[in-house]
Design a protein around this ligand. Sequence first.
Ligand code: COA
Length: 199
Amino acid sequence: MSFATHIITPYEYVAYATHLKRLSKDDRYCRFRTFTSDETIEAYVKKIQNNPNEIVIAHYGDDCGIDGSLQLSIIENTIQEVRKKIAELSMSVLPESRGKWIADTLIEHAILHARTLQVEQLVTTCNPSNKTMLHIAKRIGMEIDGDFEEKNAELLLQKPGIETISLDIFRQQLWTIDYVNKKTANAVSEIWKTFYTNV
Ligand SMILES: CC(C)(COP(=O)(O)OP(=O)(O)OC[C@H]1O[C@@H](n2cnc3c(N)ncnc32)[C@H](O)[C@@H]1OP(=O)(O)O)[C@@H](O)C(=O)NCCC(=O)NCCS
């Protein structure tokens, strides 16, 4: 398991849709806050892929498929008195990859990138029964309120410094090395399998 995450490029939205479709019915409910079919996911991903206010950060598993994702939706608040740049986060990690701090890694990257974009507040919404998400939100210092139907969490972000922006750019490059390593390991493993089945 690596801690390399990156903002996906236009070529990776098919992999993002595949990741979301691999979630169970209940996980899709937690992720989208509504029951979501494969067709709805396809249409949703098509809709967001050319929207600069929808940013997807992904973690790739050893099989070179996306096993964790976090979407930042930038909301420009137009009300004069509370003009504030806000980003809403929604995330998912495949069941077989959970408990390995992939969500933590994605959030850390999301905070870094949101600060680079001068976002002032990070928000998320989840079901009160989503103990894992509430635990993660509390651990990163989000303030939580809400009722028995819905929990809202928010975190004020610090203004970026030059080191924030540099680290954000570095993370994007670091991922390339990790992905090439995983692709190479997969290719070598395939060659070995072919070799041993033929001897
Ligand atoms: C929420 C989700 C993204 C977490 O992914 P993950 O990679 O397993 O999370 P991490 O490994 O980074 O962290 C899990 C943390 O939750 C804790 N946790 C797990 N189950 C828990 C539970 N039932 N109650 C409280 N804490 C729990 C773990 O102990 C760990 O905390 P720790 O590191 O302090 O010990 C994943 O469970 C998921 O995709 N769920 C379905 C979709 C969803 O709920 N999305 C969130 C709404 S937007």
